[in-house]
Design a protein around this ligand. Structure first.
Ligand code: AHM
Ligand code: MG
Length: 342
């Protein structure tokens, strides 16, 4: 097994910064604050089966879904850990309808943070991996003023850093600040994230597809054909593929990042924009997967180039190994041509 240097997340961030002497260091502090929030959330997630925290609170979130206590806990914890640092001007969370202003008591900074505090939370009761997803931008409104909606509604390509924390058999913090994708595994005995995967590159082509096939009936014709194609036998192209779907985006993407594969949450005839949110789920994952050499589109357009219209906008997503994503795009484009001709 490859031996890594005994490198903590904090030290890795500082060393990365040394390569950019012009950097103010604010992004490093921001990532460090995020990792602190992740440790606290991880502790609470691990305790979920032990304390009376499971079950619904009875409240609905802004999408009309039942909210569990841990979602609220993670949302509150992130705000508490992030708003006093002086590095942010505004935040937005999947669990809150509007933007979240920085308290007047604290200094206002130049960065913008968007997050999904606990993605895949419908899996909590079954002890299945869940995660926190984050996305960081530089503000576009004038400095030293409160951040605004336009700071949050930037194209994904403008992200300066993004990542996720997966709370699974171990807790792993994965991030990119544009130069490589790195993963750090939490050592629970002394509470440090230690470098476990450096410069992760997603395989160009793989043998795994992840999608909720229960929606098959409602899918685009080209997508149906693509899935059937993956299930056919052909040794040369490595088919049939394996189907792996956890139903927890962070866990599905994490596996595909390491082993290669394609994750899809497409549009369907009942949900023309798919399910996942551009600002909280798709953009950060697209930034990360592209930084690891992969590809992310909505079937036609690069996710990172979509012009966001609203905070909680949903978009279809096809993300993962480059050649696999290109292949599904080809199937869908061909089906569209057939439809126009007939
Ligand atoms: P959430 O943000 O409400 O947790 O929903 C997002 C989750 C993703 O983690 C996962 O990929 C998807 O919803 C699963 O949806 P489905 O149950 O429709 O397959
Ligand atoms: Mg989510």
């Amino acid at each position: 097994m490859e031996q890594y240097k005994f490198m903590t997340l904090g030290r890795h961030i500082i060393e990365g910064e040394k390569m950019h002497p012009e950097a103010s260091g604010e992004l490093s502090y921001l990532l460090r604050d995020l990792s602190l929030a992740a440790k606290v959330i991880s502790l609470e997630v691990n305790k979920a089966g032990l304390v009376d925290i499971l079950g619904f609170t009875g409240d609905n979130n802004i999408h009309g879904e039942k909210v569990k206590k841990l979602d609220i806990y993670a949302h509150d914890m992130l705000i508490r850990a992030m708003d006093y640092g002086g590095h942010l001007c505004v935040m937005a969370s999947e669990e809150e309808e509007g933007i979240i202003h920085i308290s007047k008591k604290h200094k206002i900074g130049k960065y913008v943070l968007l997050f999904d505090p606990l993605d895949g939370s419908s899996n909590i009761d079954a002890n299945i991996s869940i995660g926190t997803i984050f996305s960081i931008y530089k503000r576009i409104t004038p400095e030293n003023t409160p951040g605004a909606m336009e700071d949050c509604l930037q194209q994904g390509i403008k992200q300066v850093a993004a990542g996720y924390v997966v709370y699974g058999s171990s807790t792993i913090f994965v991030y990119t600040a544009g130069q490589g994708v790195h993963a750090f595994t939490l050592d629970p005995s002394f509470g440090e994230f230690l470098l476990s995967h450096e410069n992760i590159q997603i395989p160009k082509k793989a043998k795994i597809y992840s999608a909720n096939e229960g929606n098959y009936l409602y899918w685009h014709k080209g997508l149906k054909k693509y899935i059937k194609y993956l299930q056919e036998e052909d040794k040369e192209t490595g088919r049939p593929y394996s189907s792996r779907y956890i139903g927890s985006m962070v866990a599905d993407i994490h596996r595909n990042l390491l082993y290669g594969g394609i994750f899809m949450y497409p549009a369907d005839s009942r949900h023309p924009n798919g399910k996942l949110r551009l600002m909280y789920e798709c953009n950060p994952m697209a930034f990360l997967i592209e930084s690891a050499g992969g590809r992310a589109t909505d079937g036609k357009q690069r996710i990172l180039e979509i012009n966001p219209e609203k905070l909680h906008q949903r978009v279809p997503i096809f993300i993962g190994s480059e050649e696999d994503v290109k292949m599904v795009e080809k199937f869908m484009a061909e089906a569209d041509v057939e439809k126009t001709v007939s």
